[in-house]
Design a protein around this ligand. Structure first.
Ligand SMILES: *Cc1c(COP(=O)(O)O)cnc(C)c1O
Length: 383
């Protein structure tokens, strides 16, 4: 059955972005590609083969289910790291599959040790340090005891990483807080080095941190939004331009979202469109009905605000966005007809609808808009 819209993934855009990230972080820094949130809405199963083609072999996810999806999509050897949730009942499975686990509490650590011992296999752990983000992570005072535990249980535990996460590196408003966190992380690194039991990697940087604070990159980075071709914020883009004058935008958006016109009609002056009375035609108006609504991730807050492309023309969404449909004013493109391509995100002729323009209108971050794109919309890979 044909879906009412589809998502295109550009393989060449992804290759371009990975090449850019590699140039930026340097050859000795390991790139972990972040695939949480269904690969930021792009689709884990669809984006993974493209990343493998680009020789990315390290992946970071939020939970065990996402790790499982990666394992089910490829048989190529790759490293998978769970940064967040795993149920106790799944820890054994994770160890069996060499999946790396963030550890931020003793209970989880004890469980991991127990399961690893009964399997006769090392579990791969990353110790997360609390540096001021105040989400998950061990207090720095716990480190000596933890490092001692890692040593005592070294037959069961492989010390793969010491890590932390920053509280909004994409915004200069958080500058002081980030610097304080970086300082605490450096202290944690020093304590660890002092014991002589070092992890394979120290890592703290997400996309924004690698751009805004290159010294956070250590020898491994966890990159999400950049690889999909988006800046974490306008400030991040600004900072990049400041450091690399002339390189206007090294990123290319991977995703496009398209549908087609389902119906067209003309309405008379004074008529209202759709539910309620949020849009009244002030002149004779032609409209097109597009079979995409908030039920597909097109936010209701884009009512009377959103823009789409049809026949290369940027046209306004009028009236309320419905669950399954939205209405477009086509007065600026009167020849619009049923079955014409509608671009919700992406390019058409010379026109472009960016996620950023879109998310400013609806007050959603790139991140939120992307991850709300439903998994059931079909994804197609294009060149
Ligand atoms: C999401 C996430 C990242 C990646 O963030 P981007 O801004 O998309 O690069 C890195 N580390 C952790 C812990 C995360 O949760």
């Amino acid at each position: 059955m044909v879906h009412s819209s589809y998502i295109e993934l550009s393989a060449s855009a992804l290759h371009n972005n990975i090449a850019f990230i590699r140039r930026h972080i340097g050859a000795t820094t390991t790139l972990y590609s972040v695939l949480k949130g269904n690969a930021y809405g792009h689709g884990i199963e669809q984006i993974l083969p493209l990343l493998l083609d680009a020789e990315v072999r390290h992946f970071a996810v939020f939970d065990a289910n996402e790790a499982w999806r990666i394992l089910n999509t490829t048989s190529e050897p790759c490293s998978i790291m769970i940064m967040g949730f795993i149920d106790n009942g799944d820890i054994r499975w994770a160890i069996e599959h060499d999946i790396q686990l963030y550890v931020f509490g003793y209970e989880r650590l004890e469980r991991i040790i127990g399961e690893a011992r009964s399997l006769g296999k090392q579990a791969r752990v990353h110790i997360e340090v609390e540096t001021g983000f105040n989400r998950t992570g061990f207090a720095i005072e716990e480190l000596p005891h933890l490092l001692d535990m890692l040593k005592r249980h070294s037959t069961s535990l492989s010390f793969d990483g010491l890590c932390t996460h920053y509280a909004g590196a994409e915004s200069l408003a958080n500058h002081q807080r980030i610097l304080t966190q970086l300082e605490v992380f450096h202290k944690a690194i020093a304590i660890t080095k002092h014991t002589g039991r070092e992890p394979q990697h120290y890592h703290s940087a997400c996309s924004a941190a690698t751009i805004m604070y290159p010294s956070t990159s250590c020898d491994m980075v966890r990159i999400g939004i950049l690889q999909y071709g988006f800046w974490p914020s306008e400030e991040t883009h600004g900072q990049y331009l400041h450091n690399n004058p002339g390189d206007i935008n090294p990123l290319r958006r991977v995703i496009a979202w398209k549908s087609k016109v389902m119906a067209v009609k003309s309405i008379a002056t004074g008529e209202y469109v759709g539910y309620g009375s949020t849009f009244m035609a002030s002149m004779p108006t032609t409209i097109a009905i597009v079979p995409v609504g908030y039920g597909y991730g097109y936010s209701r807050s884009l009512s009377n605000l959103g823009r789409v492309l049809i026949r290369g023309v940027r046209l306004p969404v009028i009236g309320l966005v419905n669950m399954n449909m939205l209405v477009v004013n086509t007065n600026e493109a009167p020849s619009v007809a049923v079955d014409d391509e509608v671009v919700l995100i992406g390019n058409q002729d010379e026109g472009s609808i960016t996620v950023a323009s879109f998310s400013e209108l609806s007050n959603q971050l790139n991140y939120e808009l992307l991850t709300r794109l439903p998994a059931h919309i079909p994804r197609r890979v294009v060149e």
